[in-house]
Design a binder for this molecule. Structure first.
Ligand SMILES: Cc1ncc(COP(=O)(O)O)c(C=O)c1O
Length: 373
């Protein structure tokens, strides 16, 4: 398989561990292992203390799958397969697609959501989010036009990375009914689910609404635990899940034993962990909105509806890629330009999940101040 380089991940590889300030991470503040372990109950503490570092069950630890299945009733643990989130995208696309298949992908998108399909020889068609009245919005008429009898798969990601867009429950229902009518599969990347600022906006997972939908979720974003590399696929379609399992045997075979136990602990403390992270995101959202609004008209802020990222625009004369290069080399502020998502228009990503965002903005502000207009 020939696959294009992952622009965003290569960009992070260049700067993530050398830049002093990160403006654009997508995850929430990570947890210390000791803090996570302090949340263990009697059962998980014993699991941790007696853990042997052998292979684990290929589908995922039974207790872990039980915890995950709680998100997806009436689906059960048997309809859940654990995998690292990025791996889960890879195995799902491999399990679902053949060369020549038509795939519709909502964009802007995390690159693997279309690059793996393209590498498999699928014909990828872009379904763009549009900005209307200063807000991101979904064009369902466009989706209707794109769907054909030959469309094999529709790929969406809500809350969306990088825009923070989230459809209304009514739009979500309509989207699913359009896909259902076409007979296509729906791959729904729900990595930022649980980070809705208004809990009444939370959408039901796609796999609970449509039998040909696959939900992807994990602990990297809303839980702030990307180092666990824990994610999962949930789907009611048994034949589909079997194919994903077959592919997992060629990627990691099983998840990491320590990560599985730590993931059970995290899922059992979901409410507290996510609430802490949401509080950071809410505060940062207000700070970022005020900061970019006070830069003399050089930026256009676009409010996200949910999640830990926003995708505002730089309105200055030079390309945002040039601004990003200067900011990281001269001020140590790493910012991810929209081109890392194949998206123009001066957009760049702002991460709202880390505690030090005010400090990062202050470094960016000093740099912009020195530069003048
Ligand atoms: C939308 C989306 N899906 C999947 C992933 C992959 O998650 P992970 O990096 O934990 O493998 C990411 C990571 O940024 C993402 O933003």
């Amino acid at each position: 398989m020939q696959i294009e380089p992952f622009a965003l991940e290569r960009y992070f590889a260049r700067h993530e561990f050398s830049a002093r300030y990160l403006l654009s991470p997508s995850d929430c503040e990570s947890w210390r292992m000791s803090d996570l372990l302090s949340l263990a109950d009697a059962e998980t503490r014993l699991l941790w203390e007696n853990l042997r570092l052998g292979y684990t069950e290929s589908e995922g630890h039974p207790l872990l799958r039980d915890e995950i299945a709680r998100f997806y009733a009436p689906l059960t643990a048997r309809q859940v397969l654990t995998a690292a989130p990025e791996e889960a995208i890879f195995i799902a696309m491999n399990g679902l697609l053949d060369a020549g298949d038509r795939v519709v992908v909502l964009e802007p998108a995390y690159q693997s959501l279309h690059a793996v399909a393209r590498a498999l020889g699928a014909r990828v068609e872009s379904w763009p989010l549009v900005v209307e009245g200063g807000r991101w919005s979904l064009d369902l008429n466009r989706l209707q036009d794109l769907l054909r009898a030959s469309t094999r798969l529709v790929v969406v990601n809500f809350p969306n990375n990088p825009t923070g867009y989230l459809p209304t429950p009514g739009e979500w229902e309509e989207l699913i009914s359009l896909v259902r009518r076409s007979g296509a599969f729906l791959f729904s990347d729900e990595m930022y689910r649980l980070l809705e600022y208004d809990p009444s906006m939370r959408l039901p997972p796609a796999c609970t609404c449509y039998e040909r939908a696959i939900s992807l979720a994990g602990l990297s974003k809303a839980f702030g635990l990307p180092g666990l590399r824990m994610g999962w696929l949930a789907c009611a379609d048994a034949a589909g899940m079997e194919k994903f399992q077959i592919f997992k045997d060629y990627t990691t075979i099983c998840s990491s034993a320590p990560s599985e136990v730590l993931s059970i602990i995290a899922l059992r403390s979901q409410e507290m962990i996510v609430e802490r992270n949401l509080a950071i995101v809410r505060e940062n959202l207000a700070t970022a909105r005020a900061f970019f609004g006070a830069q003399g008209g050089r930026f256009a802020w676009i409010d996200p509806c949910a999640g830990s990222v926003a995708f505002p625009r730089w309105l200055g004369e030079k390309p945002v890629e040039e601004l990003a290069e200067e900011a990281v080399t001269r001020a140590g502020v790493m910012m991810v330009p929209g081109s890392m998502f194949g998206y123009g228009g001066g957009h760049f990503r702002v991460g709202l999940g880390r505690r030090n965002l005010p400090e990062v903005l202050s470094a960016l502000g000093s740099y912009l101040g020195q530069k003048g207009g």
